[in-house]
Design a protein around this ligand. Structure first.
Ligand code: ZN
Length: 247
């Protein structure tokens, strides 16, 4: 089985459609969506509809933005721009798409004997896995050999060495990594719709179960177009500006 892994699309239709065009040739058998389909971007309906139309099998977990949009009483924990975006998104989503988001499961979920997915961390869907210490806790709490996670918007890999060894963490550029069956992994594809590693290109990954090859991709998309939509929608301008900076 070859998986396409998408995370943190954040209502960015320009980025998602570019990724779909780019990855079509790569022939994936299943898609894993790690949450935050909406929030920040100006095309939540098109993004949710596109995810719902992906050919099965598709496994999706909810992100914190998906959860807040379906229950605005939870928005208090968000900063001002994110709160405004959440309210705007809730108002502009079709009823059936809003219901779809409300039904998304909380991670982690097991998608294959060796593979799990979650939004933030397998310990807590809202945790940011940014350090080897956090990753060590996650490895201790959940046993899946390979877990894909999102939420930080930073393509990265944490590796637990065999035989009680330590945890290594690294940021990932475009390129591939062959997974060692003796080790365990927490892998982040980066964000499709709002990268935060100072590279504005959309980020995603594939994983081939047979060859154990994980591959990270960056895909150019029309950032100006996504920015114009955000401004035209009356969303906070910072949400447009940050897309060009990859922040
Ligand atoms: Zn996110």
């Amino acid at each position: 089985m070859r998986y396409l892994i998408l995370s943190d699309i954040h209502g960015n239709w320009d980025a998602l459609s570019a990724v779909q065009r780019h990855l079509r040739q790569k022939e994936c058998d299943a898609v894993l969506v790690l949450g935050d389909l909406v929030g920040y971007g100006a095309d939540p309906d098109r993004v949710v509809s596109a995810v719902r139309r992906l050919p099965e099998p598709v496994y999706t977990v909810r992100g914190n933005h998906d959860r807040v949009v379906t229950d605005l009483s939870l928005a208090a924990g968000f900063n001002e721009a994110a709160q405004r975006a959440a309210r705007w998104t809730a108002e502009h989503l079709e009823e059936s798409n809003l219901r779809y988001l409300g039904r998304l499961p909380r991670g982690p979920i097991q998608v294959a004997p060796d593979i799990a997915i979650c939004h933030g961390s397998p310990v807590d869907e809202d945790d940011y896995l940014l350090s080897a210490g956090g990753a060590a806790e996650a490895f201790a709490a959940h046993q899946a050999p390979v877990t894909f996670f999102g939420h930080t918007h930073i393509p990265s890999a944490f590796t637990l060495a065999a035989n009680g060894g330590g945890v290594d963490g690294e940021r990932m550029d475009e390129g591939s990594m062959e997974l060692d069956p003796a080790r365990r992994y927490l892998l982040n594809p980066g964000s499709v719709g709002q990268p935060r590693d100072r590279d504005p290109r959309a980020s995603c990954m594939t994983y081939d179960e047979k060859t154990r090859e994980a591959c990270w991709y960056r895909v150019e998309y029309p950032v100006r177009s996504a920015q114009k939509r955000i401004v035209a929608a009356g969303l906070p301008s910072i949400l447009a500006e940050r897309l060009a900076l990859g922040l």
